[in-house]
Ligand binder design. Structure first.
Ligand SMILES: Cc1cc2nc3c(=O)[nH]c(=O)nc-3n(C[C@H](O)[C@H](O)[C@H](O)COP(=O)(O)OP(=O)(O)OC[C@H]3O[C@@H](n4cnc5c(N)ncnc54)[C@H](O)[C@@H]3O)c2cc1C
Length: 509
C-alpha cells in the first residue's frame, strides 16, 4: 500500500476505530466525535503533507520490500544524509502542528526503526519485531503506545497491587498466543491510532513474581476486549476563542485490556524481566530523542514567536526584562537546534553500516526540555501578565450591542481590537487554559519521571571519562610532600607534566 493519504487514514479510523469512553458515552467513530475529530483531521493533514510534491523528497523513500513510496519515519539510515532526511520529516510534521502534538506517529516510527535495527535483541522473537516493523511501514499505520502502569500503589511492584490484574499481565498462554488483562496508565493519541504498542517501564526492580507482567506486544486498537478511557477533552469552543485547544488536543487515554488475545507473531517479549529492563539498550532513545528534540524545537520556536508578536502588539517589547525573558527562550531554541545537529554530525555507523544518532546531546535536551518548557510557560505568564485575561469571553461580542468596545478598548496602538484578541487568544491557550496546563505536564513527564531520568542518563550511565580525567589531572599534579618546605618549586613541578586533551580524544563527543 505505501504512504497513505489523509482520506485513507480517516476512512480506516472510521472503519476500525477504537472504543473510547468519555464518561458514560461510548465512542467508536473518533473521526466524527467533537472531542476527537479536530485532532484526527490534523493528523490526516500530516499524511497529506507528506504526499505534497514539495515535500515528497524528504517525507518518502522507496520501500526495500515492495518499491512503493513509504514514510521517511521508517527510513533505516545508511548515512548522515538519511538522518537529516528523517529530521526534516519530523520537522515538517512538528511545524504543521506547532510542536503541540507530541505523539504524532513518527515518535513510534522512530522507536520501531530502532527496534528493527536491533531486532536480534528480542532473541527468538526477532522475526516478529522485524515483520511488525514492515507491516506498520507498508500500511503506514498510526501507532499509540503505553508503558506506564496505573498509579494505584506505587510502593509495590506489579505483583503486589491490590488486584493481580491491576497492571497488565498474562492470564494464560498457548502456542497461538497470549491472553492479557489489566490496564496501562496513558496511551496518548489512542483515539486516533490504528494500533497500540505495549511494553512495561517501571522504576521498581522487578521480582520473579513480576515476570507475567514483563511483556511487549502490539495489537490493533479495535481488538475485542480492548477499550480506552478518555480524559476530559479540551477541544472545546470555536477556532477563534481557542485556536490551539480546538485543533490540537491530542487525547490521553487509559488503555484497559479485558482478556485481549495477542497472536504469538505480535508478541515481542513474553514474560522476561531481563529483556524488559534492558530494552533501552536497543538505541530507541537515540531515534526517539531525535524526534522529540525536533518537536521541542518547533514548540519553543512557536512560543517565542507568539511572545514576540504579543509584546510588540502592546508595546512592552522595549522593556529590558521583557527582552531578557524572550531572549532566554531563544537560548533554549538554539541549544536544542545545536544538540540535534550534534547528534547527526557525531552519529556513528554500527557493525551493519546503519547510522545511529549520537544519543548524548539528545538526552541532554530530554533532561532539559522537561524543565525548559514549564519555564517557557512561566515566561508567557510573567511577560503577558493580566493581558492574558484581558479578553472578552468570546469573539461573538462582535454580534452584541457592546461590539464597539472591542475596537476602543482591546486594540493596541498599531493593531485592531480583533487582531489583538486573536493573538492573545493563542497565548491564552498556551499560558493559562487547561490545554496549556496539560502541555506543561506533558513536557515534564512524557519521557518518564524527570528526577530518575536525569539520574540514570546524566549520572549513572553518563560517560565520565573526560570530567574525571580533568579532575584527576589536577589532583595528580601535586601532593602534600611537594609543598612542605619547597615553596615555589612545588608550582614548577605541578606545571611540568606534558599537556594533552582530557580523555586522550580530539573528539568533541
Ligand atoms: C500528558 C501526559 C501524556 C502521557 N502520555 C503517555 C503515553 O503516551 N504513553 C506512556 O506510556 N506514558 C505516557 N505518560 C505517562 C508518563 O510517562 C508518566 O507520567 C511518567 O512516567 C511518570 O509516572 P507517573 O505519572 O505515574 O508518576 P509516579 O510514578 O506515580 O510518580 C509520582 C511521584 O512519586 C515518585 N516516585 C514514584 N515511584 C517512585 C519510586 N519507586 N521511588 C522513589 N520515588 C518514586 C516520583 O518521583 C514522583 O515524584 C503521559 C503522561 C502525561 C502527563
Amino acid at each position: 500500500m505505501g504512504a497513505r493519504t489523509g482520506r485513507q487514514y480517516l476512512d480506516r479510523l472510521q472503519q476500525h476505530g477504537p472504543q473510547v469512553w468519555f464518561g458514560r458515552e461510548k465512542v467508536t467513530d473518533t473521526a466524527s466525535h467533537p472531542a476527537t475529530r479536530a485532532a484526527a483531521f490534523e493528523i490526516a493533514r500530516l499524511y497529506d503533507a507528506s504526499l505534497e510534491e514539495a515535500n515528497r523528497e524528504i517525507a518518502l523513500f522507496s520501500s526495500p520490500l515492495t518499491g512503493d513510496e513509504v514514510s521517511s519515519q521508517f527510513l533505516v539510515p545508511r548515512s548522515v544524509e538519511d538522518l537529516v532526511k528523517r529530521r526534516k520529516l519530523h520537522k515538517l510534521w512538528a511545524d504543521a502542528t506547532f510542536g503541540l502534538m507530541g505523539r504524532t506517529t513518527d515518535f513510534i516510527g522512530a522507536m520501531l526503526t530502532a527496534w528493527s535495527i536491533s531486532a536480534d535483541y528480542f532473541g527468538p522473537r526477532a522475526r516478529n519485531v522485524q515483520s511488525y516493523f514492515e507491516h506498520v511501514r507498508e500500511n503506514d499505520l498510526f501507532l499509540t503506545h503505553a508503558l506506564i502502569d496505573p498509579p494505584v500503589d506505587r510502593s509495590k511492584s506489579a505483583s503486589g497491587q491490590p488486584d493481580p490484574y491491576t497492571y497488565l499481565g498474562v492470564v494464560r498462554e498457548s502456542s497461538e498466543g497470549i491472553v492479557v488483562r489489566g490496564a496501562k496508565m496513558f496511551a496518548t493519541a489512542a483515539p486516533y491510532a490504528d494500533e497500540i504498542l505495549v511494553w512495561p517501564f517501571a522504576m521498581r526492580e522487578p521480582t520473579s513474581a513480576d515476570e507475567p507482567y514483563a511483556i511487549a506486544f502490539a495489537v490493533p486498537t479495535d481488538t475485542p476486549g480492548l477499550h480506552f478511557v478518555g480524559r476530559e477533552s479540551y477541544a472545546e469552543g470555536n477556532l477563534f476563542d481557542h485556536p490551539l485547544a480546538s485543533r490540537f488536543d491530542e487525547m490521553d487515554a487509559v488503555a484497559v485490556f479485558d482478556d485481549v488475545f495477542v497472536p504469538s507473531e505480535r508478541v515481542f517479549i513474553n514474560q522476561d524481566n531481563t529483556l524488559v529492563r534492558n530494552i533501552w539498550k536497543v538505541n530507541s532513545n537515540a531515534f526517539t530523542g531525535h524526534q522529540t528534540s525536533v518537536r521541542l524545537l518547533s514548540k519553543l520556536q512557536f512560543v517565542a514567536g507568539v511572545l514576540k508578536r504579543a509584546t510588540a502588539a502592546v508595546k512592552t517589547d522595549d522593556f529590558p526584562h521583557v527582552r531578557d525573558a524572550i531572549g532566554e527562550l531563544t537560548t533554549y531554541i538554539e541549544l536544542v537546534r545545536a544538540a540535534i545537529i550534534a547528534s547527526e554530525a557525531t552519529a556513528a555507523p554500527n557493525d551493519e553500516g546503519i547510522w545511529i544518532p549520537n544519543v548524548t546531546p539528545l538526552l541532554a535536551i530530554r533532561n532539559s526540555g522537561n524543565r525548559w518548557y514549564p519555564r517557557a510557560r512561566e515566561i508567557l505568564q510573567q511577560v503577558l501578565a493580566g493581558g492574558l485575561l484581558y479578553q472578552p469571553a468570546s469573539i461573538d461580542i462582535l454580534d452584541s450591542p457592546i461590539s464597539a468596545d472591542l475596537e476602543r478598548y482591546f486594540r493596541g496602538p498599531e493593531i485592531s481590537g480583533e487582531e489583538r484578541v486573536k493573538l492573545f487568544r493563542v497565548a491564552c491557550d498556551l499560558a493559562i487554559h487547561g490545554f496549556g496546563s496539560r502541555h506543561e505536564l506533558y513536557e515534564r513527564l512524557y519521557a518518564g519521571d524527570p528526577t530518575f531520568l536525569r539520574i540514570m542518563t546524566q549520572y549513572v550511565q553518563y560517560d565520565w571519562s573526560e570530567p574525571l580525567a580533568l579532575a584527576d589531572a589536577l589532583l595528580g599534579s601535586y601532593s602534600a610532600s611537594d609543598v612542605l618546605g619547597s615553596g615555589h618549586a612545588a608550582f614548577e613541578r605541578a606545571s611540568s607534566g606534558s599537556v594533552r586533551l582530557a580523555g586522550g580524544g580530539a573528539d568533541v563527543r
